[in-house]
Design a protein around this ligand. Structure first.
Ligand SMILES: [Zn+2]
Length: 636
């Protein structure tokens, strides 16, 4: 996934974690290894699903999925199987195959844990192989985002998508919802006949007149990667095995923006071996999607804010593609090992970008992330959970989303970059390719990784490396690889000079001995982000207006630039940008952007009221993942 904002999440989940303690204590009786390590009530160590078949009706009128989840079990002789459920209505449970089903007893045990939900206990026989759970979703099924047509590009057809990571799949499928539980799945869906359904599976490329679709995912995946979207979709092919699904209005701009996708695929395969999932498509979702991208296998879900018109934000796609190896092929065993998913992916993403835009551009991308990490580390160090600075986390009794900070992503990536700088790129690449191959289609713990690192790289070639300090220590170790960028230094200086009142918009041309005008296009998006970030929080209105006159930040329709500029507009109370900020908040639901914007507005007296008013006005435009976080930030 790319990317969750760390600091704000930290703040928010603290309160949730406290209120949850009581319930957890009541459930203590049920505490087992699975609950502690996997955030799951299931008994996967005894009985587990090997294949899931979903037969569902997608009912837009009632905003409900209804049907049956058929679990094919590996049962060595147990008499009970436990599933995770949250906000689901269970209608009945049967045993046996479709032609020979018999009702069995089921019981929903324990109070509702606000994070984990509840355990569904099903009585089975020692030889039971099939359990069928008839169920429907409810309006509290947080994985589902049902969008009215007004929130889509077409404005005339509704849209539905799911977001399963980390533990939301249990809100739309009764399932053993642990990342170490790998299953294959198939599905038969009925949807309105003017819409198309797509999943993280084999997908149609055309609409079906009856609205009936069949899906197969034949490679075993962790449950959080089961994904569904239904909308007015068309398909555009980019190469033999890559393409884009989107609403018809977005097809041309999507095909332009993501034209490098086949090259990214070639670069990725050249680095770490063959792509294992046959097809790789993107699905451009409506603006409410809470993340930049989500690596659902065969079908990355992508945020339309990536459609910048200049291909400047496509590293998110390199990130999601990289997950086809790190995360989807080799998966974190528990959410405490989340850095194995994301740190490897950010490292790999940067290597793909290096192939596409060259070393300097890739270094600048990494450096922007490193600055974010340094800020995040400071906040984590002074928070009530300073141990969140570790790569290996302890999320027992906490929401696994707490672990989705820059630590997993960027500290994880710099850990690998630093190893690379010690052992050399050749050995590093061989090691990583072997790692992905050795552990493919399995889940890996931090301890598994350390053993493999020692055996196949460090001891093998006689290198020493302080991996304990990196993985179990709080800060950024001394030996961390430092990236230098002259252009970023130049942007920092320019921000400093501007803040001091210097006219930075005229550049002295030595040869012609005269001044020339300054152009925005001289610098990249990442360079401008660095410039804006390095401006002080208390620029005057006149200074903000001057920047806007010269560089048109308020009207620059690049979401990353808008985000940084709006943060500055809030702290300086630059009211000229407020209408644009309001439109941005109305349209965009990506949590990385809107949560910090709302939180910052809430911090200042001059914008506090707007924060609450606008959120209440636009709340229905956001996925629960975003709106739940913002509600806590605004103390609602
Ligand atoms: Zn990711």
């Amino acid at each position: 996934m790319k990317r969750v904002i760390g600091y704000y999440m930290l703040l928010l989940v603290l309160s949730a974690a406290c209120s949850q303690t009581e319930v957890n204590q009541k459930n203590e009786k049920e505490t087992n290894v699975s609950l502690i390590q996997n955030h799951s009530f299931s008994n996967i160590d005894e009985v587990h699903t090997t294949h899931l078949h979903l037969d569902l009706n997608v009912d837009f009128q009632n905003k409900r999925l209804k049907g049956v989840a058929r679990h094919h079990l590996n049962n060595p002789g147990f008499q009970e199987v436990k599933f995770d459920i949250k906000s689901l209505k269970i209608n009945k449970v049967t045993l046996g195959t479709e032609t020979k089903e018999s009702i069995t007893n089921h019981e929903i045990k324990g109070e509702i844990d606000p994070i984990l939900g509840q355990a569904l206990h099903v009585k089975i026989e020692p030889d039971t192989k099939y359990v069928n759970i008839y169920y429907e979703t409810t309006e509290d099924s947080d994985a589902l985002d049902w969008l009215d047509s007004s929130l889509t590009s077409s404005k005339n057809k509704p849209f539905l998508y799911t977001q399963g990571q980390a533990i939301l799949t249990r809100t739309w499928i009764p399932i053993q919802d642990a990342p170490s539980n790998r299953i294959t799945y198939s599905a038969d869906l009925t949807v309105p006949n003017d819409l198309m359904a797509v999943m993280s599976a084999t997908n149609p490329q055309n609409k079906n007149k009856q609205g009936k679709y069949h899906f197969e995912m034949q490679q075993p995946i962790p449950c959080y990667l089961i994904a569904l979207a239904v909308g007015d979709l068309v398909y555009g092919k980019l190469s033999e095995n890559t393409g884009v699904y989107c609403e018809p209005e977005l097809l041309a701009s999507s095909m332009y923006e993501f034209v490098d996708l086949p090259d990214m695929m070639n670069a990725a395969e050249k680095l770490y071996g063959r792509y294992a999932w046959e097809q790789y498509d993107l699905l451009i979702l409506p603006y409410s999607f809470p993340f930049g991208g989500m690596e659902n296998p065969r079908l990355t879900f992508a945020n339309p804010t990536l459609l910048a018109g200049d291909r400047s934000l496509v590293s998110v796609i390199a990130h999601e593609l990289a997950h086809s190896w790190s995360g989807n092929l080799v998966t974190n065993k528990t959410w405490n090992d989340f850095w194995l998913n994301e740190g490897f992916t950010v490292y790999f993403e940067n290597r793909i970008m290096e192939e596409i835009i060259g070393k300097k551009g890739a270094d600048n991308l990494a450096l922007v992330e490193f600055f974010e990490l340094e800020e995040e580390m400071e906040r984590i160090a002074s928070s009530t959970h300073p141990e969140d600075g570790h790569l290996f986390l302890d999320l027992n009794k906490r929401n696994p989303d707490d672990g989705m900070t820059d630590v997993a992503y960027v500290k994880g990536a710099f850990f690998l970059k630093t190893i690379e700088s010690v052992v050399g790129r050749g050995k590093m690449d061989n090691f990583l390719e072997d790692y992905f191959n050795h552990f493919k289609f399995t889940s890996v713990s931090t301890e598994d990784f350390i053993r493999y690192l020692n055996k196949e790289l460090l001891e093998k070639y006689n290198f020493s490396f302080n991996y304990d300090e990196w993985i179990y220590g709080k800060g950024i170790p001394e030996n961390c690889l430092r990236i230098k960028s002259n252009s970023f230094q130049h942007m920092e200086e320019m921000a400093y000079r501007f803040a001091k009142g210097e006219n930075i918009f005229l550049i002295h041309n030595e040869s012609k001995n005269k001044e020339k005008a300054f152009k925005r296009t001289q610098y990249s998006v990442q360079e401008w982000l660095t410039f804006i970030r390095n401006l002080p929080e208390d620029l005057t209105f006149a200074q903000m207006a001057l920047l806007d006159d010269e560089l048109s930040f308020t009207t620059w329709t690049n979401a990353e630039i808008q985000f940084e500029w709006f943060l500055k507009a809030i702290s300086t109370n630059y009211e000229t940008a407020y209408p644009a900020l309001k439109s941005f908040l109305e349209k965009v639901g990506r949590r990385k952007f809107i949560l910090p914007l709302y939180a910052k507005m809430y911090k200042y007296d001059h914008s506090k009221k707007n924060a609450v008013d606008w959120f209440l006005l636009f709340k229905s435009n956001y996925h629960a993942v975003s709106s739940n976080s913002i509600e806590q930030a605004l103390e609602l």
